[in-house]
Ligand binder design. Structure first.
Ligand code: GLY
Ligand code: MN
Ligand code: MN
Length: 497
């Protein structure tokens, strides 16, 4: 612990902070002394670098070139309390993972300008727990409780970046003179530290700093728009695992009818976990009228024969790339005439959307193509008054289509949301971009503008699509899409009585 330590420094935060349950109060000197000795040296394991190390190095070089002479601070984020002394499962900040490959909590990547006009990267990390001062078994983040961390030397080999003890981050940042930018919003302590070092007092200075930080965020989201080969392979792994999860859910549908939508959610999650993965967002398992609630994650409703089940779920790999897939299926195995009519219109809209995904097409095209098909159908059914051009111009179809037709996909499920509009929303698709195409129709149960028999019906079909040099690849093509294919899938996999 350095002499320069100040209240609030992270040196306080994880070195010998007694566990919150107060166990440290009852430790005898004899036990404390005994616990500090008799341990083998386990500081260094023989580790190989992570396979994405060349990619993270290239990404850091691109970032370096964008901000010559400036110091860039990219934190991983901290654990967040769930209740009392338990924490939410940790998920590292996307830009930190993208630039370092590390997925642990509490770290911070800093790119410092060097004499050659580039930057030196230094990865500040929590070191191993100190056994001599008792931190390893009495401290809040002691390894005896939370598990062995990489030693700084090991981490340096793993990530291909020099490492430092994160307790030295405050004094290192305070000692620098270069303009600072931070990826804000992930680690309050780091944000406060950067603010302190900048010494912004006035409103104008603070506004300027906020702009600097926002520019860094935008730049990083721009970089992440086009995926490299390694990232595409990770996304394909996530999608393939997701396909297996959907197949599991179909086989378990009859049991879900005995409990609730949570059986569906749990079945999908089981597949994610047994393969060593996680989910990239809260699974939406929405049966019947719940399918008309876009972010239905309570998943506590019944699954009934005769309902449509909308399942929107995605496996996230250990490298934190996520799939995002939706299928809508009749619980009984067969669509009713009305359900098929709704589903087939959504399917036609998705077909039109997928066909509009190609290099050089504008990002908005697939959305427009899908919305046109939906608007045409809604006018034909008499739900909207034509002509279709007027409906589209005024956006009237959105009462029933509700959301945009897709988004970028990657480390974040809604990836690259901060990217420059001219590169993203008003930009052109490029090979290596991955996006979802996910039109839907939602007739709310209390919507008096639709015929009674349609109320409470919702359907969405969502696939993950890679833009290629020639056109597109539907990465989630392992799952059926048309109503006939969905019924055949259910007939094959639903257990027969
Ligand atoms: N799962 C959220 C979405 O489809 O955008
Ligand atoms: Mn989704
Ligand atoms: Mn989506």
């Amino acid at each position: 612990m350095s002499d320069q330590q100040r209240p609030g420094d992270r040196a306080d935060a994880f070195v010998f902070t007694p566990r919150k349950n107060g166990q440290s109060q009852s430790v005898s000197d004899e036990l404390a002394t005994w616990m500090s000795t008799g341990w083998a040296d386990t500081e260094l394991r023989d580790l190989d670098p992570i396979e994405q190390a060349p990619h993270t190095a290239r990404r850091r070089a691109v970032l370096s070139a964008a901000f010559p002479g400036e110091r860039l601070v990219v934190p991983a984020g901290q654990l967040v309390t769930r209740s009392n002394d338990t924490e939410y499962p940790f998920r590292a900040a996307t830009d930190y993972v993208y630039l370092s490959g590390d997925t642990a909590d509490g770290g911070c990547l800093v790119l410092t300008p060097d004499a050659d006009g580039g930057h030196e990267a230094l990865l500040y990390l929590k070191p191993r727990s100190d056994r001599e001062n008792g931190e390893f078994w009495l401290g809040q983040y002691g390894e005896l409780w939370t598990g062995r961390r990489n030693s700084l030397q090991e981490a340096s080999v793993l990530f291909g970046v020099p490492t430092a003890d994160v307790r030295t981050l405050p004094e290192d940042l305070r000692a620098g003179t270069a303009t600072l930018r931070v990826v804000r919003g992930h680690d309050e302590e780091v944000d406060a530290l950067v603010d302190e070092v900048r010494g912004d007092t006035g409103t104008e200075a603070r506004a300027k700093s906020a702009r600097l930080d926002e520019e860094l965020r935008v730049e990083l989201d721009d970089h992440r728009l086009v995926k490299d080969e390694w990232e595409v392979a990770q996304l394909q792994r996530a999608v393939d695992a997701t396909v297996r999860g959907f197949n599991d859910v179909v086989a378990a549908l009859p049991q879900a009818q005995d409990t609730s939508e949570r059986f569906v959610e749990g079945t999908f999650f089981l597949r994610a976990r047994v393969e060593g993965n996680d989910v990239g967002y809260g699974t939406i398992a929405a049966s019947g009228a719940n399918a008309t609630t876009l972010h239905w994650t309570r998943n506590d409703g019944p699954v009934r024969e005769g309902d449509l089940l909308l399942l929107d779920a995605g496996v996230e790999t250990t490298t934190l790339y996520t799939a995002d897939v939706t299928r809508t299926m009749p619980v009984s195995g067969t669509f009713t005439e009305l359900q098929r009519k709704v589903y087939d219109l959504v399917y036609a809209a998705q077909e039109a959307g997928i066909a509009a995904v190609a290099p050089g097409r504008s990002f908005g095209d697939f959305h427009k193509a899908s919305q046109r098909v939906l608007a045409e159908g809604l006018v034909e059914w008499g739900l909207l008054e034509g002509p279709v051009e007027r409906v589209l111009e005024l956006g009237l179809q959105r009462r029933y289509t509700l959301h945009g037709t897709g988004h970028m996909l990657g480390l974040d499920v809604h990836d690259c949301a901060a990217a420059r509009q001219e590169a993203h929303l008003y930009g052109e698709l490029e090979p290596g971009m991955v996006l979802t195409v996910e039109p839907g129709l939602y007739f709310q149960p209390d919507d008096l503008t639709v015929p009674e028999e349609l109320r409470g019906t919702g359907a969405r079909i969502e696939d993950d699509v890679l833009v290629t040099g020639e056109g597109r690849t539907v990465m989630s093509a392992g799952l059926p899409r048309s109503s006939a294919e969905v019924e055949a899938w259910l007939a094959e996999r639903l257990p027969h009585p």
